[in-house]
Design a protein. Structure first.
Length: 262
């Protein structure tokens, strides 16, 4: 799922958590252009990597970037093309919100993991994005429109602006056992950095929605908001932040129904 981009530092955090134990086989669900797998490959050259995604353009970029990665085109909406208990680690970032049934995917992740295997799941909380501008209400409405994403990206069946904060709860209700929760906040002080990371995409997505009469702003207000961003940057008042949450979980070595009889 190429969807909404994520900071490289989040890829690094996911890679660190992925390799905190045996990681002979690693599968990335919604791998996009391979940012997370590239971080994992840089730390663990011997790991066998598999990428699943439905976006052909992203998968082509991933193949060029990591030619030794096994690539599988899959929309993650049905049973994963993975053997029962055959995977050491499953990773996924900014993918669960794109699905209509995230719990079903988590259940299938548990099936594919070996007993004791790990899942490292991350998601930006898109309602956490903050910027400093003169018109606070306008910024709030622009960012809320982006978070809600009234016009979905290609290959997205759903959008959940609070998936980041919901991630731990989803895992607790799944067959996986929640191990840890990590928060990573990206803070940027220049408009150019924030535009590259997020705000350029925000402007495009919100303008697309506004042109269809959707969301909480007009096209003219998007123009006004961008001018306020430039003004804040020129006066040194610009500020941007967003928070991503990453959880680690494991497939219990003993099924829960068996544990109850111990």
């Amino acid at each position: 799922m190429a969807g909404k981009a994520c900071p490289a530092t989040v890829h690094s955090l996911i890679a660190d958590l992925t390799l905190d134990g045996p990681a002979g086989t690693v599968v990335d669900l919604g791998a996009g252009d391979g940012g997370t797998l590239a971080a994992i490959r840089g730390r663990s050259p011997a790991s066998l990597l598999t990428a699943l995604d439905v976006d052909d353009t992203a998968l082509a970029a991933l193949a060029a970037r990591l030619p030794d990665t096994r690539i599988v085109r899959h929309d993650l909406a049905g049973r994963l093309p993975l053997p029962d208990g055959g995977v050491d680690v499953v990773v996924s970032h900014n993918t669960l919100e794109c699905l209509t049934d995230p719990p079903a995917l988590l259940a299938d992740v548990a099936r594919a993991l070996r007993p004791g295997g790990r899942a490292v799941l991350g998601h930006t909380d898109f309602e956490s994005i903050l910027v400093a501008t003169e018109n606070r209400d306008l910024s709030r409405r622009v960012l809320l429109t982006y978070a809600e994403l009234p016009v979905l990206y290609r290959h997205m069946a759903a959008a959940d602006p609070q998936m980041g904060r919901r991630l731990a709860g989803l895992v607790r209700r799944s067959p996986l056992r929640l191990e840890s929760v990590h928060a990573h906040t990206t803070v940027l002080s220049t408009l150019s950095e924030a535009t590259t990371l997020r705000l350029g995409e925000v402007a495009v997505a919100v303008r697309r929605s506004a042109r269809r009469g959707l969301g909480h702003v007009t096209v003219g207000e998007v123009d006004e908001w961008q001018e306020q961003l430039r003004s804040a940057d020129a006066t040194g008042e610009f500020f941007f932040s967003e928070t991503a949450f990453v959880v680690t979980a494991s497939r219990p070595a003993v099924p829960p129904e068996e544990q109850r009889w111990k």
